[in-house]
Design a protein around this ligand. Structure first.
Ligand code: EPU
Length: 419
């Protein structure tokens, strides 16, 4: 397995282009299964998860080509309505093919995702919602087996706001007969992007960007050309990389409007941030002020930036508290950050971080994508050399991360082999 080596202590300077959003690209790729024909999707990040989803679509029978960040997907010959365990275990977002397969072919078999580094992560809301639309669902030998004679609109109110369940129910509802109302719907920008993609395909959806979606089912959807929105989590990670290294960076091809919670927290820390239409300029202060955060559904502070924020707080001028209300066990980075000299006390779903003058490089590893990003940020700041092992997690969600950081002046490289 590859590892990333970093000689820390260099202030990042320059300009970096933000890629398309992984968590928008994945459900949009799955949604192509809702119509027969040829789609073109642009600004798709070149990531392992995107390749896994492309592989899954091919298994289902789609023709998929990926070049220069554009995907061509031809769904006219799909004939195998199954997502096998071997793929689902490597990428939970495979669950996104469940509803499109059911809505178009009235049958689907998708492996149940197991637990992961973030905790148990059930899919009960996806299944209950599909049952309300008329699907018969059984669990057989680790698989979700779903069938329907037809799907019919219904009123579905989620107990918890779930990105994945909202995406799946939305994809089922657009081809269901009649009206579906989704209450307590997730309105993360990636769900908004999926809804807009579906509307371009011919779906009738009201309430986009709100917590209540009303869908009037249509008989038929058409293939379209579409451009994926910028990745707000990658954007946030680079803002924090600039802040933690005492740097000055401009991010381009992004969308400041979908990152307001992070930007206001960074400003509280003393970071200077200027917003353009599609750019963000960021200049670090001499000293980072400690600022507490609690993760929450959009537009609250994203759980996908919690680990990176913790790294930033490790070198702040005082103590702060970090609470994750979305994934209460998302703390695998704590023990690794401690190896670099961080002072962190975890209690249930919170951690108190006491900033130290500096971190010291060491070998570290993680079993989660965003935790790996937090360790790279720590390595960029730490004195001496840090090796981040099991870097394949990073390749799931950050396009060309070491190339982008190198362009900003970081002393970072990839080494093949190792644990
Ligand atoms: N939940 C349930 N039952 C369900 C579904 C969710 O109890 O049926 C709970 C979860 O356990 C969690 C909460 O609801 O406590 C929210 O989970 P959600 O369903 O919103 O998460 P997800 O759809 O599985 C997506 C992203 C995650 C991101 C979360 C939260 C994708 C592919 N994944 O996951 O991204 O952390 O929303 O914003 O969009 C990442 O990119 O690193 C990542 C983990």
């Amino acid at each position: 397995m590859d590892k990333i080596g970093i000689n820390g202590g260099k202030a990042l300077k320059g300009r970096v282009k933000i890629s398309g959003a992984k968590n928008a690209a994945l459900p949009i790729m799955a949604a192509t299964l809702l119509a027969s024909g040829k789609f073109k999707i642009h600004n798709v990040p070149d990531l392992r998860d995107v390749k896994t989803m492309a592989h899954l679509l091919r298994i289902i029978g789609a023709q998929v080509e990926f070049a220069n960040n554009s995907l061509t997907i031809d769904t006219s010959k799909c004939n195998f309505y199954e997502a096998p365990y071997e793929l689902v275990k490597t990428m939970r977002a495979s669950i996104y093919v469940l509803a499109p397969l059911l809505a178009r072919f009235l049958e689907a078999k998708v492996s149940l995702p197991g637990g992961c580094a973030l905790g148990s992560r059930p899919v009960d809301l996806h299944l209950k919602g599909l049952e309300k639309l008329g699907a018969k669902i059984e669990l057989e030998k680790g698989y979700i087996v779903a069938n329907a004679k037809k799907l019919t609109g219904a009123s579905i109110n989620f107990d918890i706001s779930s990105v994945g369940a909202t995406g799946n129910i939305l994809m089922a509802a657009v081809l269901a007969q009649g009206r579906t109302v989704i209450g307590n719907a997730s309105h993360e920008p990636e769900i908004t992007a999926l809804a807009q993609f579906l509307v371009t395909m011919g779906a009738d959806i009201e309430g986009i960007e709100t917590g209540r979606l009303t869908v009037h089912g249509v008989n038929h959807l058409k293939p379209v050309e579409y451009t994926v929105v910028p990745d707000r989590i990658e954007t946030g990670t680079y803002l924090m990389a600039a802040a933690i290294t005492g740097g000055e960076v401009e991010l381009t091809d992004t969308d400041p409007k979908i990152l307001t919670s992070l930007v206001s927290k960074l400003r509280e820390c003393g970071v200077l941030i200027e917003e353009g239409d599609s750019t963000l300029y960021c200049k670090a202060p001499n000293q980072i002020k400690p600022v507490s955060i609690t993760t929450a559904p959009y537009p609250g502070f994203p759980t996908d930036l919690q680990a990176q924020w913790m790294t930033l707080m490790c070198v702040a001028n005082g103590s702060s508290m970090i609470t994750d209300t979305i994934f209460v066990d998302r703390f695998t980075h704590v023990a690794e950050l401690r190896r670099l000299g961080a002072e962190i006390k975890r209690n249930k779903n919170s951690a108190v971080v006491t900033g130290t003058e500096n971190l010291n490089g060491a070998p570290v590893m993680s079993t989660d994508l965003r935790a790996s990003a937090s360790l790279i940020l720590a390595g960029l700041r730490a004195q001496g050399r840090t090796d981040v092992l099991r870097v394949y997690h990073i390749d799931r969600g950050y396009e060309k991360i070491e190339e982008k950081l190198k362009l900003l002046g970081a002393d970072i490289w990839r080494e093949e082999g190792g644990l």
